[in-house]
Design a protein around this ligand. Structure first.
Ligand SMILES: [Zn+2]
Length: 1088
């Protein structure tokens, strides 16, 4: 393989030589093509000399090309002697560069005959000014609406996951919304979609795959054709949304906060739910405004005049309808669940309302529960120890022992049966300050029991209990499952169960006293085993009658003491000691809280789990592993607790009978409430009387009922958006084509939406789900204020205080960054990355500017028909068409980083290094109306109109800026003039451009991959042999280097022996002599 090199200097005679050298680049096509079905014939560095043969309007054969290479002295590019060979002319290039830099061009006799580039399109983006101007242009002209109205094909619905209307936006929001916008804008533009298997498009527009039998039939093929037509010019409907209810917003009501902090308990009661709700609503609406402004600045197109807010009455009504349908299908039930409860304020608290002061001390006890039977699996193992075998547990809340329902172990830990010996019969009953108390189980003179504890904890327990523990037997936690013990207080039989990873050997005994009514983990474990949720504690934190002998005692005071005393009297306490740890306090009353099970509303996932699992299999998940994630979560999830003891939310529309506490919830009552809320909003639940809220039939009994005070989990709010938005608004459609959110939404919105949709409609609310990762800093660290690595999207766009550290990059650079990352993983951003992205943007802008500036005199009728184009122009179009197809693939498969890579290489490297370089001679000195210039412009127009539309979804401002500076009107295929870039459509496909002779493609492809040394000093030139043989594609080729003959042409700066032979223009070469108009040239002869 040889390296082709041109060398030209205005001060030296010119050279053209071929020289053999080691190949530096593989001849294979670049990586971008390997992963794609389309072949990209790319070239790395192409600043080689233009060879006239490429410009020959008639195709030349492969062999002819080689013949051409063998021509001796071809470097003396005289038109007559070797009209197929010319060289890159530095003259016009330099002149153009000077012109573009605004320098005054040297005066010359032929200056007026040179076609220099001209455009008003700026080199600099000036995005701080220009982007808002462009956005205003769109807004003033209602471009989005017009385009959507004009498009008359199928619709495309990307349903927005509502961000929380709480605080400022961060870079993750920007990533999410820009990804959505790129897809929407592409769909909006896209026109022709290639045929694909039915399933793909069927799914996309919500039609299920009919299966393999039909798919193979002719009938099916016809349907595919019809469907693909439907997909042309999508109507894109994007309705942005906001999640507006819930505790964080409730707490943000500043008025509320200030009041709460200064008020006592009675005064707080004066803060009515309605006052609080109005403050929270105002806060949410203000935040929506702020966030909307930022989203618009990112150039996110959507129906901003009609966003969906979960606090809108029509939304709330639709949500209540979803609840009602689930209730009518029997999926909603009332059950008990532990919540943080403050006895001092008699209310449930959320995590955000708790504080953990230093110095809290609990009374902790090591207690023993007597086993009555082993499991079948462990019978042999343990039978020698019965009936004197006990489980040892440890708890910091002895008052929860009456509610004990199980003892949990970790299946994977080693446990031991130990024999217990007191070190001395005179174990001190108190030690030190008298805090540590030895229990009767140790003091007892009776035979000491065998205990089961975690093997690893044996030494620690020996020293803590002041005893000797002898290991008699060991087993795995899993062996203990289903052993049964006697409850130490009410003598029930309870099981040993397998808990989660929360059971460790860091403290306690490795066996966990489990009271599902008094702890989160206990509750989860309890759900798994169907354990009773016992919680014999009332609102004030006192034992109820259910607690028997402890009834009426304060669980945090005398109740706790009484339980410990009872256990000790019954030989169940090993030791009791104070334990200092973090314990949740009510942040308002500064008093300790408890975990207490209260009545809650649940959605029974069990009822529709299988349907949900089936539906997951019919959704397309991108990336594919997301399917496993959500499947695992749905298959293992417990019932969904949908009620909250909050004020700022949608009410659970239930009345309770005053005496029996029986809930009243049926189709009639819910329908009535729904119709009220749809008109008046959910505030009505708080300000209207029970009588008015009840339907006619129940009004006479209104005094027997009271309203429920629970609101719905906010995930139920947003999880109903498919019903409230897709199902209600004109022009939208359920299910949506696409949901796109962060991976955390497998647990959140993807899941809650799926559950509500499956439960009521039996199908998933989406056909496709795309997930993205989190945004980290450049070093892969989480962003945090303390690390100082937070990237604020608005600062990226508008710049920071210090313009050097934080330049104003504009929304397009931010969007280009979004396109550059593989968002299926976590992605990075930081100053260096942004600076690199900004470089790519600048080069791309330069490429577009070059195209615009050389088309200033372009008219559509100047176009040279494809068949008349020189082969190099045909090859340029061949490449362009491949790029268009590859980029389309990138958009269709949501792989925007591939688009970024292709565009970067094609438009900013390949194109400017090759085609533009060789085009300059033709464009500037070829003659204004000449065939050579027009054929080149034909290629440039195709590039300009394609590239601008290819990049428009990612870089809408740049694309529109280019479009507004087009020196000609672009008429679409349908005959309408596109005044804005988004009024034009995706470049239509040009199959003919791809139909190049394979030999030609091969030849140019390989030729263009030849690496060219970009510059060569005289020293190097001298070291290169003047002639020799080299191998080109296995053929021996003679190559020669020669000093150019003739003199430099004043106009084009090429050397020619003909300079001096025209008496009227003695300083011109014959080509320029012809161009300057002495005689009109025949078309073919004008080709230089
Ligand atoms: Zn010339």
């Amino acid at each position: 393989m040889s390296v082709l090199k041109s060398f030209k200097s205005s001060s030296n005679p010119s050279f053209l030589f071929f020289t053999p050298t080691k190949p530096k680049l593989p001849l294979k096509t670049p990586s971008s093509s390997s992963s794609s079905s389309h072949k990209v014939w790319s070239h790395r560095s192409c600043s080689f000399v233009g060879k006239t043969s490429y410009f020959c309007p008639r195709k030349i054969s492969f062999n002819k090309s080689f013949t051409l290479f063998s021509v001796k002295h071809c470097s003396t590019s005289s038109f007559e002697e070797c009209n197929r060979v010319s060289r890159r002319s530095r003259g016009p290039v330099m002149a153009a560069r000077k012109a573009s830099q605004g320098k005054k061009q040297e005066d010359g006799k032929y200056k007026h005959t040179v076609d220099l580039p001209k455009t008003k399109f700026g080199m600099r983006a000036n995005s701080v000014v220009r982007e808002p101007e462009i956005q205003k242009l769109w807004e003033d002209n209602q471009v989005f609406k017009r385009v959507v109205d004009r498009n008359n094909g199928g619709s495309f619905i990307l349903h927005d996951g509502p961000p929380y209307a709480n605080g400022d936006l961060h870079i993750g929001h920007a990533l999410n919304k820009v990804l959505k916008d790129i897809i929407n804008r592409y769909k909006d533009e896209s026109e022709a979609v290639p045929l694909a298997p039915f399933g793909t498009y069927g799914k996309l527009i919500g039609i299920p795959d009919p299966g393999p039998e039909i798919a193979s039939s002719t009938n099916q093929k016809l349907r595919v054709l019809i469907l693909s037509k439907l997909l042309q010019n999508y109507k894109v409907r994007y309705v942005p949304g906001w999640d507006c209810h819930g505790l964080p917003i409730e707490l943000k009501g500043k008025y509320y906060l200030a009041l709460l902090q200064s008020m006592d308990y009675d005064a707080r009661k004066e803060l009515t739910p309605l006052k609080l709700r109005s403050k929270a609503a105002k806060f949410a609406k203000d935040t929506v405004k702020t966030q909307m402004k930022a989203f618009k600045r990112y150039a996110i197109w959507g129906d901003w005049d009609n966003p969906y807010l979960t606090l809108n009455p029509e939304y709330e009504a639709a949500q209540i309808e979803v609840f009602s349908q689930m209730a009518l299908r029997g999926y909603i039930y009332r059950g008990r669940k532990p919540v943080h409860w403050s006895p001092s304020s008699r209310t449930a608290l959320a995590e955000a309302e708790l504080e953990y002061p230093e110095g809290h001390i609990s009374r902790s006890v090591y207690a023993i529960f007597k086993l009555v039977s082993a499991s079948p699996a462990s019978n042999e193992l343990f039978k020698e120890f019965f009936p004197n075998l006990c489980l040892a547990i440890w708890t910091t809340t002895p008052w929860t022992v009456p509610a004990n329902a199980a003892v949990a172990v970790n299946a994977n830990l080693q446990y031991a049966v130990v024999d217990l010996h007191s070190l001395s019969e005179d174990v001190p009953s108190s030690e030190g300050s008298g805090k540590r108390l030895v229990g009767s189980a140790l003091k007892s003179v009776q035979r000491k029991p065998f205990l089961i504890v975690a093997l690893d904890l044996v030494p620690a327990l020996e020293s803590k209990w002041h005893v000797k523990l002898t290991v008699k037997k060991t087993c795995l936690g899993s062996d203990l499952e289903n052993c049964r013990y006697i409850h130490p207080i009410d003598k029930r039989e309870c099981p040993v169960v397998i808990g989660g990873d929360y059971i460790t050997t860091e403290s306690g005994t490795g066996l966990v006293h489990t009271a599902p009514g008094h702890g989160q983990e206990d509750y989860i474990t309890g759900l798994k085993y169907g354990l009773p949720v016992v919680s014999p504690v009332d609102d004030e934190g006192k034992f109820t009658e259910e607690a028997g002998k402890f009834s009426g005692l304060d669980v945090l005071g005398d109740g706790n003491t009484a339980v410990v005393k009872y256990l000790d009297e019954n030989l169940s306490i090993i030791i009791e000691e104070p334990y200092k740890h973090k314990y949740p306090y009510d942040w308002r009353t500064k008093k300790p809280t408890i975990f207490r099970a209260t009545e809650q509303w649940f959605a029974s996932v069990e009822g529709f789990r299988e349907a949900a699992m089936n539906a997951i299999g019919h959704v397309t998940w991108i990336p594919a592993q997301a399917e496993n994630r959500i499947s695992a979560m749905i298959s293992s999830r417990s019932d969904w607790c949908i009620s909250r003891q909050r004020t700022w939310g949608v009410p659970i529309p239930v009345f309770y009978h005053v005496d029996s506490k029986e809930p009243l919830l049926n189709e009639e009552t819910v329908d009535h409430i729904k119709s009220i809320i749809s008109q008046k909003g959910s505030d009505a639940w708080w300000y209207m009387s029970v009588e008015d809220l009840l339907p006619q039939r129940y009004r006479s009994k209104a005094s027997e009922y009271q309203k429920g005070t629970d609101t719905m989990d906010v995930w139920f709010d947003s999880g109903s958006s498919w019903a409230a938005v897709l199902g209600k608004r004109d022009n939208l459609r359920y299910p949506a084509d696409l949901y796109l959110e962060g991976t955390d939404q497998h647990r959140g919105w993807f899941q809650s939406s799926l559950l509500t949709s499956i439960a009521t409609k039996g199908k998933a609310p989406y056909a496709r789900v795309v997930t993205h990762g989190f945004v980290l800093d450049e070093r892969g660290r989480k962003m945090s204020k303390s690390l100082g690595n937070v990237v604020d999207p608005i600062t990226v766009i508008e710049g920071g205080k210090n313009s050097k550290d934080a330049p104003s990059y504009g929304a397009d650079v931010l969007r280009l960054w979004v396109s550059s990352v593989d968002y299926t993983n976590d992605v990075g951003i930081g100053p260096q990355i942004l600076s690199q992205i900004s470089d790519v943007y600048r080069k791309l802008r330069g490429t577009l500017r070059y195209l615009l500036s050389n088309l200033h005199d372009w008219k559509t009728e100047n176009a040279v028909s494809y068949g008349d184009l020189p082969i190099i122009d045909q090859y340029a179009l061949f490449q362009l068409e491949n790029v268009v197809n590859n980029i389309k693939d990138g958009y269709e498969n949501y792989q925007f980083y591939k688009i970024f890579q292709i565009i970067q290489r094609f438009a900013t490297v390949d194109l400017s290094n090759f085609y533009f370089d060789v085009a300059k001679d033709r464009l500037y000195v070829g003659g204004t109306g000449s065939y050579t210039r027009r054929s080149c412009q034909t290629v440039l127009v195709a590039h300009l109109l394609s590239i601008v539309r290819l990049i428009a979804p990612i870089l809408p401002h740049l694309a529109e800026d280019v479009w507004q500076n087009l020196p000609f009107e672009h008429t679409s295929e349908d005959g309408s003039v596109a005044k804005f870039v988004f009024e034009s459509r995706w470049p239509h496909s040009n199959e003919r451009w791809l139909a190049m002779n394979a030999e030609d493609v091969d030849f140019y492809g390989k030729l263009l991959e030849v690496e060219i040394l970009s510059s060569m000093g005289n020293g190097i030139a001298e070291s290169i042999p003047y002639s020799g043989d080299c191998l080109i594609q296995g053929k021996k080729v003679w190559v020669g280097v020669s000093r150019a003959d003739g003199s430099k042409c004043e106009r084009c700066w090429n050397y020619s022996t003909k300079v001096g032979s025209f008496s009227e223009h003695p300083t011109l070469c014959s080509r320029c002599y012809n161009v300057v108009g002495v005689q009109p040239l025949p078309v073919v002869a004008a080709v230089s």
